[in-house]
Design a protein around this ligand. Structure first.
Ligand code: ADP
Length: 542
């Protein structure tokens, strides 16, 4: 027997319609690339998304299913593309401008984007790419006529000129909910980047999950500043979750340093923000140097890399801000787990609370997780046994675009490439990425765990542990540390600090102090590069 409820499709366009109807006056504030702060409302966003959709089909000939690429910061015009492109049934392809130009050209051609929308910042980049692009027919610069630059981009169009005069009414089409809404390529530390194509349905379900109280707890009373870029996994779904609830959105544009972010948080009374640990390092550094305070910030969502305990502690103890640790990936829209407390946990002594917050958290309802050994056998959820972490759920991808990378999928599950434990309460903890684990004498060492302890030393700003070849043990850990501003650190101090905090045989064989470490476009350490660089380093113990 079938139920008799209405079979209404789950569509991205329904989110912006809901926001315009119920929270039409709620503000969206952007730090524009041109400089000034721009403000408007959800009602204005909905109208402009419709104008954009008209411009896309009438003027640019975009049809449902066509891919529309962006090279843009977090700002209101990018948000209009989120809703205008997906709303009309086309596919928004957000690109990470920090990738290498040849990777970007590969991605644009692979997705066969017909149109590229770009912020002023990226005009030189797009000019360099243009000769290698096979399918792009139109370049649209996201600015007004007064700021249009001289450019070699063929037939470059001005965003505001394109929208001007377009009608701001238009019914959104009643798409099949499985219609693609957006796509994003994984950074691809090895091989070519692979495309993940999100659906209207998966995007809406993911937004419901993200808003729920034991996930990100987003409500219309929030003022949210997503530092996580709209060019990476849909800014963790925040643009959709904000429209779903009518939360105020504060978009930081290109200024992502600690001082600029703090200034915007204070001016716009931000209650929640989200970003990778590197961003919070910058913010905490600014707070320490300036002695300033947060007057409205309640919680910070942090993921993308493991969050060190020192960071959880600094936010809580120094600023009274709760750090919400989350885990996910491009292939998962991205939300997989969030570390919300179970009853009683908030009342535990600080050290025990922080130990829980260091875990990546519990699966949000909709996501199922399992850990297995290499033969695919399920492992115990005892918080100690670690194995390959698999996921499935309605916002987890079932294949990459054009069916590449099929080895990551098996029997309806996706192999995340992470190695993790899951405890009896369901809290998952990432031990390492499978390829970053260090195999010493047949036993595994977690690079993440040593790194997170090392950054607890007040003289250390950042740390990275990589495997180095060893004649006797196969691999041994090498620790690279970047000193904190105005501080010094050396090998004996570092080893003395780690001794007793990790098993003796985990202690790095070498500690090198370096001025900086390389990061990916999304702020993560590029371990593959460091591994290659130090692979054959001659350790003092070798
Ligand atoms: P990329 O694959 O390009 O790094 P993703 O954002 O998709 O981009 O990265 C997903 C990976 O990031 C996860 O598989 C995991 O290894 C790592 N990751 C994400 N969140 C966390 C976290 N909270 N703790 C540890 N690792 C994390």
């Amino acid at each position: 027997m079938l139920g008799s409820m209405m079979d209404r499709p789950l569509l991205v366009s329904s989110l912006i319609e809901h926001a315009a109807r119920n929270h039409g006056e709620r503000e969206i504030v952007s730090r524009s690339v041109e400089g000034p702060i721009h403000r408007y409302s959800y009602a204005a966003l909905a109208r402009r998304a419709k104008q954009l959709a008209h411009a896309l089909d009438r003027h640019l000939g975009i049809a449902p299913g066509d891919r529309v690429a962006t090279l843009a910061w977090n700002g209101y015009r990018h948000l209009e593309l989120y809703y205008g492109v997906s709303g009309m049934g086309a596919v928004l392809h957000t690109m990470n401008p920090r990738l290498f130009p040849d990777q970007l050209a590969y991605i644009l051609n692979h997705a066969a984007d017909t149109c590229l929308f770009l912020d002023l910042t990226f005009v030189p980049l797009a000019e360099a790419l243009a000769p290698s692009l096979d399918t792009v027919k139109a370049y649209v610069i996201m600015t007004d006529a007064a700021h249009m630059p001289a450019t070699t981009l063929p037939g470059a169009l001005c965003y505001e000129t394109l929208l001007a005069g377009q009608p701001d009414t238009r019914p959104w089409p009643p798409l099949d909910e499985r219609t693609a809404s957006s796509m994003c390529y994984t950074s691809g530390t090895t091989g070519h980047p692979k495309g993940v194509v999100y659906q209207n349905r998966s995007t809406v379900l993911h937004a419901y999950a993200a808003c729920s109280v034991d996930a990100l707890a987003i409500s219309c009373r929030d003022s949210i500043l997503p530092v996580v870029p709209m060019f990476h996994v849909n800014a963790w779904g925040i643009p959709y979750a904000a429209a779903m609830t009518g939360a105020k959105l504060v978009l930081p544009g290109p200024k992502l340093d600690g001082a600029s972010l703090h200034e915007l948080m204070e001016a716009e009374r931000v209650t929640m923000s989200a970003g990778v640990p590197t961003v919070w390092l910058g913010v905490l550094g600014h707070m320490r140097e300036s002695g300033e305070r947060f007057s409205t910030l309640e919680r910070v969502v942090c993921g993308g890399s493991a969050v060190p305990r020192a960071m959880i502690e600094a936010f809580e103890v120094d600023h009274g801000v709760h750090m919400l640790h989350a885990w996910g990936m491009t292939e998962m829209s991205p939300l997989g787990t969030v570390c919300a407390f179970k009853p009683g946990m908030a009342e535990l002594p600080a050290a025990e609370r922080f130990a829980i917050q260091e875990k990546q958290g519990r699966a949000v309802c909709g996501v199922e997780l399992k850990i297995t050994d290499d033969a695919g056998r399920a492992l115990a959820h005892d918080g100690k046994t670690f194995g390959n972490l698999w996921a499935r759920g309605p916002w987890v991808c079932q294949a990459y675009y054009k069916d590449e990378g099929g080895e990551a999928f098996d029997d309806g599950w996706f192999n995340t490439g992470d190695v993790a434990t899951i405890d009896a309460q369901g809290y998952m903890q990432v031990v390492d990425r499978a390829k970053d684990l260090i195999k010493s004498g047949g036993e595994w060492i977690s690079s993440i765990e040593i790194e997170n302890l090392a950054v607890g030393h007040p003289a250390v700003r950042e740390a990275c542990v990589v495997a180095v070849k060893h004649p006797k043990w196969d691999e041994r850990p090498l620790l690279l540390v970047v000193p904190a501003a105005g501080r010094t650190i050396d090998k004996p101090q570092m080893l003395a600090y780690l001794a007793g905090r990790v098993p003796n045989w985990w202690l790095p064989d070498e500690v090198l102090v370096v001025p900086e470490l390389p990061h990916t476009g999304t702020g993560k350490l590029i371990k593959s590069q460091l591994r290659a660089q130090y692979r054959d380093y001659i350790l003092p113990t070798a």
